[in-house]
Design a protein around this ligand. Structure first.
Ligand SMILES: *Cc1c(COP(=O)(O)O)cnc(C)c1O
Length: 239
């Protein structure tokens, strides 16, 4: 059996590797590595793993489930920057609204209205991304590319919500090159909305790329990548 120190070392090595790959992808694309934020996706992984990586300076963590996020938020010894990346139900917005720095998964006006309501109560401005189902997969949440501009304009009128950009989860593919067209398409949409200069909309975050395809996503303009397995190892969904 592996000891605790071995596991910590493995996590640190994984993180260092991912960072190296991010730098390499940036170099290839002629971008500054400082333009890309790494969100370590810690869903279904123990708090101890996060605590290990916090010591190396990794401060951005992504969670999918409200209850898990809240538990880790309460229990962690050093405050970190939490990202809500999973599907969010309106009745759960109140639990995370003042705990997360960014909600990546806004996919309806209905949800945005609830976020506005809860943010107003706390007198904060919620930072959000619109989740786009850019590959039009039946199994995925997210709005269509065609709906995105209109939704951005509608949400722009909400005083306690600020749109910061777009997010997508590309299809699960064997060859990450297969997803390049989707990343390109989302980047174009991102630039189109940015160029509209909508009041109260700051298009500065493009959240795309996961373990299997973050390098390609960076080459196509991602400013935020969400990497779970590549850092923490496989998740055990049976547990
Ligand atoms: C789980 C998850 C990730 C991380 O996926 P990996 O393939 O483990 O890197 C990223 N984004 C979202 C929305 C997720 O649900």
């Amino acid at each position: 059996m592996k000891g605790k120190d071995d596991e910590s070392k493995m996590l640190e090595e994984n993180l260092a590797n991912v960072k190296k790959n991010i730098e390499r992808a940036c170099q290839k694309a002629g971008r500054d590595a400082g333009e890309v934020t790494l969100v370590a996706v810690s869903k279904m992984k123990p708090l101890a793993d996060i605590e290990t990586l916090v010591k190396t300076g990794q401060m951005e963590y992504g969670e999918n489930y409200v209850q898990e996020l809240c538990e880790k938020y309460e229990q962690i010894s050093t405050p970190v920057r939490w990202h809500m990346i999973g599907h969010l139900q309106t009745n759960k917005v109140k639990y995370i609204i003042d705990k997360v720095v960014l909600i990546h998964s806004v996919d309806s006006l209905h949800l945005a209205k609830q976020i506005e309501k809860e943010a107003a109560k706390k007198d904060i401005t919620a930072q959000i991304l619109l989740q786009v189902n850019v590959a039009d997969e039946d199994t995925k949440f997210g709005i269509t590319p065609e709906e995105t501009m209109t939704l951005a304009e509608e949400i722009s009128h909400f005083p306690h919500v600020r749109i910061r950009g777009l997010m997508t989860s590309a299809p699960l593919v064997d060859d990450p090159e297969e997803n390049r067209c989707y990343f390109k398409k989302l980047h174009k949409l991102f630039v189109d909305i940015r160029d509209k200069n909508i009041d109260n909309v700051t298009m500065d975050i493009l959240s795309m790329g996961m373990t299997n395809d973050y390098e390609v996503a960076i080459e196509e303009g991602a400013t935020m990548v969400r990497v779970g397995t590549g850092i923490f190892g496989q998740r055990d969904y049976k547990k």
